[in-house]
Design a protein around this ligand. Structure first.
Ligand code: PMP
Length: 439
């Protein structure tokens, strides 16, 4: 931590912990007000996909600011929003071409669930309202998103106020110690969705929501290939909508625009945010199959909305972000640099027996610390590894992101997710600082 003790502040966030003040940021680096430099090894919270202070995005924002920054959508449409919707639709699986803008990930998830419900009502399926989610999972902190989120820490204080949705275990196949192959385990976890739909009564189930590559909840959890296809089949069997929460995995971070592309899956609704606005503006989107949207609009309209949704400045920023990703093949870079970083992290397992697992796709990567790799027994909670390692790295000028949750059990995982502009030299710097911190 920096030597500077910040003065008392009127600000508050989750805790009393204070951080140094941010002075400036450029590319993969950030500087605090003492001049200390940090490598942004987690892109904030997997947000700053194209790095900081990108000149093209800043120029696009300045140009838009000179024209207009806000026009309420019931009074005006705007060109950046239309253009961005067109570009996003062109990057989606066929048919997913209706784009609803929001200002963040929780809003995108709420919008997905509310569209799904209104589609069910509009098409004579009003008995369907349950959205099955996974445990653990993270879908946001507003009440609707929280009703899906599988993290007791986040939901417990609100339990009397929440209508919690049914949850099935996330496919933490790497923790299982049975005789099944990984692909068989994937099918076993997917089968839990079928069982849950039957238990709930298929006529009551509206949707299933999942993070295709886990984020803050499971630490870049990737399921075996078999899982993804089987989940889609089960949803189709019962007419259940498949919602992909790609708030963290989307916008190119895993090496493809949607993580869904790795498995050739076509979800019915996708939630995007984080890397979509990439830290330049609060921006998110709910992208839906037109066959869901049209009946809702025909039936009188989508009862939902946020004041700032689709504002021209946020959309101009988002448009420049996505263009920057496409024009510079940053998805290709995320795949290449991600593979390098993953192999370097995997290499650490020979040196540190307490690294139990390295996982993820593209630049959505994580490693997990354990007491015993054979049994995957977590470190004792009192160890506070998930706090201490982050602090050690912070001292050395490397920012990483940690949580202590996995598969309903406790476990310390660390997300290492630098911006998609990261180079081989940045990987070297991350590894050097990480090794010093682990030592
Ligand atoms: N879904 C996922 C998968 C996320 O990772 C997050 C944020 N960590 C959210 C939803 C919520 O996004 P926001 O904080 O922008 O509301």
């Amino acid at each position: 931590m920096s030597d500077i003790v910040p003065p008392p502040s009127n600000l508050f966030y989750q805790s009393r912990n204070r951080r140094p003040r941010l002075d400036r940021a450029e590319g993969v680096y950030m500087w605090d007000e003492t001049g200390k430099r940090y490598l942004d090894g987690s892109s904030g919270a997997m947000v700053s996909n194209i790095g900081h202070s990108n000149p093209r995005v800043l120029a696009a924002m300045r140009a838009q600011m000179d024209r207009s920054t806000f026009g309420y959508r019931l009074h005006f449409e705007n060109e950046p929003a239309e253009e961005l919707a067109r570009l996003v639709a062109s990057l989606m699986p066929a048919g997913l071409d209706r784009v609803f803008f929001v200002s963040g990930g929780s809003e995108a998830v709420e919008s997905a669930v509310k569209l799904a419900r209104q589609w069910a009502v509009a098409t004579g399926q009003a008995s369907r309202w349950k959205v099955i989610a996974r445990y653990p999972s993270y879908h946001g902190s507003t009440f609707g998103a929280l009703a899906l989120t599988g993290m007791a820490l986040m939901t417990a204080p609100f339990s009397p106020m929440l209508r919690e949705m049914p949850r099935i275990p996330a496919p933490t196949c790497y923790l299982d110690r049975d005789s099944l192959s990984m692909e068989e385990r994937g099918l076993r976890y997917a089968g839990m969705l079928r069982e849950e739909i039957l238990r709930q009564g298929p006529e009551t189930v509206l949707g299933f929501i999942m993070e295709p590559v886990g984020g803050a909840s499971t630490g870049a959890l990737v399921a075996p290939d078999s899982y993804y296809a089987r989940i889609r089949e089960i949803c189709d069997e019962f007419g259940v909508l498949l919602i992909y929460d790609e708030v963290m995995s989307g916008a190119g971070r895993t090496g493809t625009f949607l993580a869904a592309e790795h498995w050739g899956i076509r979800p019915d609704i996708v939630a995007l945010s984080k890397g979509f606005g990439a830290g330049y503006m609060p921006l998110g989107a709910m992208v839906a199959d037109r066959r869901l949207v049209e009946p809702v609009l025909d039936a009188g309209g989508f009862v939902h909305g946020f004041t700032y949704a689709g504002n021209p400045l946020a959309c101009a920023a988002g448009l420049a972000v996505i263009r920057e990703v496409l024009d510079n093949d940053l998805m290709g870079n995320a795949a290449r640099i991600g593979a390098l970083l993953k192999s370097e992290l995997t290499g650490l397992m020979a040196r540190y027996p307490f690294i139990g697992d390295v996982r993820g796709k593209g630049l959505l990567l994580a490693f997990e610390l354990v007491a015993d790799r054979e049994t995957m027994t977590p470190l004792p909670k009192a160890h506070d590894a998930y706090v201490r390692l982050v602090e050690h790295a912070y001292e050395r000028g490397l920012i990483i992101y940690s949580r202590r949750t996995r598969g309903g059990r406790e476990g310390d995982h660390f997300l290492v997710c630098p911006p998609m502009i990261a180079t081989q030299a940045h990987v070297g710097e991350i590894m050097e600082k990480l090794v010093a911190s682990l030592d």
